[in-house]
Design a protein around this ligand. Structure first.
Ligand code: SAH
Ligand code: MG
Length: 204
């Protein structure tokens, strides 16, 4: 998909540099398949106001802004190094007016604005807490998308004895979150085998 801000040459170069940085520094930005789906969803549903939990270095926030010139993103990051890197990247793309970056733990803040889409891509064990903290900020018929529902395939496999206790707990948390979404009848949730697994929950 084409991205439509600033000079395309410059933007593509910035995006490539972000991806390279993410690879070298082990920053878990969205996979190609995941970001492609997300951008398509935003375009198709004419989404304009987005809340993202988990900015990292700003890659997905910048990509989402690229879908249309009137899209705005509020995004939250608690890690200082990543936050500072995100600021740099947002400045480079000239998107300071459209991306509102909040440096804090998402579980410490309350927002009053309403969003068409809430994208949860932060600490995977906290998914339910993020969901419940921000669902009141969702518009009628809005969507909450959660990334990494498969967690590198670990969520759907039985190889648990061989993985560390921490990782096992994380996998259990993601499974519990999956059940929470399935049983939540205020939302219609679809689980997609795209990227690292995504849950798309549309408010009824
Ligand atoms: N959405 C980004 C990737 C985010 S990676 C992209 O695709 O480009 C997940 C990020 O969430 C990490 O940088 C981590 O520091 C941040 N994070 C985890 N828990 C958080 C919390 N409670 N509040 C704010 N940020 C959090
Ligand atoms: Mg992710």
């Amino acid at each position: 998909m084409e991205i439509g801000f600033g000079s395309d040459m410059l933007s593509n170069d910035i995006i490539k540099k972000m991806k390279d940085y993410a690879k070298v520094n082990n920053v878990p930005i969205m996979t190609e398949g995941g970001i492609h789906y997300l951008l398509k969803y935003i375009k198709k549903n004419n989404i304009k106001n987005i809340l993202e939990v988990g900015t990292a270095i700003g890659y997905s926030a910048i990509m989402m802004c690229g879908v249309a010139e009137d899209i705005k993103v509020t995004t939250i990051e608690r890690d200082e190094k990543r936050y500072l890197e995100a600021i740099k990247n947002i400045k480079k793309t000239g998107l300071e007016d459209r991306i509102h970056l909040i440096y804090n733990d998402a579980l410490n803040i309350k927002l009053t604005e309403k969003y068409d889409l809430i994208f949860i891509d932060a600490a995977k064990a906290q998914n339910r807490k993020f969901f419940e903290r921000f669902e009141n900020n969702l518009v009628e018929n809005g969507t909450i998308i959660t990334d990494n529902m498969k967690f590198h395939g670990l969520v759907d496999t039985e190889v648990e004895a061989s993985i560390s206790r921490n990782l096992r707990q994380l996998v259990r948390k993601i499974r519990e979150y999956k059940v929470f979404l399935q049983e939540n009848d205020k939302y219609e949730t679809e689980f997609l085998d795209i990227g690292d697994g995504m849950a798309v929950s549309v408010k009824k």
